[in-house]
Write a protein that binds this ligand. Sequence first.
Ligand code: AMP
Length: 120
Amino acid sequence: MNCVFCKIVNGEIPSYTLYEDDKIKVFLDINPKSNGHTLIVPKEHFVDLDDISLEMVDYIFSKAKDIKKLLETKLNPDGIRLVQNNGVLEDVKHFHLHIIPFYKENNLKDVKEIYEILNN
Ligand code: AMP
């Protein structure tokens, strides 16, 4: 299957990974809306919200709580938004939850630099 997130999950494409277990992979968005823009991706290929089980949604959101805390601690945003796109809004047709920090003053840094801050 030609799915970019399946390739990231399988390690065929590199990613700035913050967390991984047998069910999910959590990595930084390569084209971030703000510093710390993170994606939580189930390892199994679900297309969208219609396709995924509630059990997996629950698991993804439990991890989102942890990632939210990490981003707050390390990056000190003014707010945090969770987004999940469906239909024409969804570019990558593999379910994912965006965690997008909001800053009153947004000066976008390099993803690698943010990755290093989050890992220290
Ligand atoms: P969506 O519009 O909800 O499907 O968003 C897909 C997101 O995946 C976008 O924010 C992209 O910047 C992001 N994205 C696409 N390819 C990669 C990649 N190789 N590594 C990390 N993020 C990616």
